[in-house]
Write a protein that binds this ligand. Sequence first.
Ligand SMILES: Cc1cc2nc3c(=O)[nH]c(=O)nc-3n(C[C@H](O)[C@H](O)[C@H](O)COP(=O)(O)O)c2cc1C
Ligand code: SF4
Length: 415
Amino acid sequence: MRPLPPPVLTGNAPVADRLREYYLHYPFHALQKALALSPHDIITELKASGLRGRGGAAYPLGRKWECVLQQPAPVRYVVANGEEGEPGTFKDRVLLERNPLAVLEAMIIAAYTVRARAGYIYLNHSYRQIEQALQTLLSWLREDQRLGGNIFKRQFDFDIQVRRGPSRYISGEETALFRALEGRRAEPSSRPPYPTEQGLWHKPTIINNIETLSCVALILEKGSKWFTTLGPVNSHGPKLFCLSGDIKNPGVIEAAMDASLRDLIAWAGGAIGAFKGAMVSGPSGSLFLPDDLDKPLTVQNGCGNGTVVVFNDTRCAADLARHVTDFFFTEHCGQCLPGRESMKQAKALMDNLEREPSLAPLQKRYGELHALLLNSSKCGLCSSGTAMAPALMQAFPEDFNRHMHGRCAVCGSVA
Ligand SMILES: Cc1cc2nc3c(=O)[nH]c(=O)nc-3n(C[C@H](O)[C@H](O)[C@H](O)COP(=O)(O)O)c2cc1C
Ligand code: SF4
């Protein structure tokens, strides 16, 4: 087994029971370095690092910040996305429990870079204790003039508020998240305009995932050159992977994106039973099969947010496809017509699986729904939510055929 690299993002123990001590010893090196640089120099350094977003879409962070800086509108916002609603994803929670100041430090650096005066951290509804710890840290930062007015006596003002959203997967989609922060229904908006041009309250907004922001402080502290030594080109830096499913030691593993699925499974103690497949980047991501075990989990190979849900040969792929379809049907917002109608049809196809005469027409119809959503839906939820079922049909036709022939002995379903 390859040795696991030493963690740089998650090295700290959870800070809840020693919050004051953690705060007093936090060095703020990255912030101090940033305050000595111009916004242009900060962006140059971040671009040189090659850091891409860790929320799923892997958009280059430096380019995003630069675009906000270039906007003529004087009011700008910084938002940290900690909704984390994808099944099997819990890395941002771990980061916020172990090193929350790295996120707050990065938000202050972002505000200094693009001259934002207000920031928001949007948390998953269940992260109540994290919210409390963040509120305490924010109050200490204000007392010490690291937040609020005239930060570090540099004549720049910025403050951060924490919000916990409703328990809905769609709230993590950036435009829906803005609407939730504005006190409206969490529903996506059409793009363009993009959040960098018109985001929160229609003002230019930096929105980044919690893990992406945690990398910013590291880059400014250790340098972009150091960051590029981790992981392959276009996939630089440390990455958190959430291992769950049929795995001996589920949890978060910090590695680089040159790690293969085989490495990750080995570091997590091995699979339970015989490996059959994995949903990489979660149920909205891509299907990895035994032949893919040695592929590195790079951005190009679909690493996405780093979620890895492993399943073994006791799982029925048709049952998994039904669960995945149910989840996205339940979570879709129903706002756009293609999304609403296609999700209804996708659910009906899976509900009536046992009544289908053969797999080929089902596969064709489901695939058509997915293609239609890719081209016409308002946000990524319904299109990405209908990618996994066709992939499972393609990889495991025998599992679906069992359902069509009356009884599936693997999942126990009867026609
Ligand atoms: C349905 C849906 C749910 C999403 N949920 C999250 C989430 O929980 N956390 C997150 O960081 N990004 C999520 N995203 C991606 C965000 O829209 C956005 O791209 C991300 O916050 C940008 O940050 P990054 O560039 O640092 O990755 C979601 C996207 C979609 C379509
Ligand atoms: S694609 Fe789905 S989740 Fe997104 S806006 Fe349309 S119905 Fe809502």
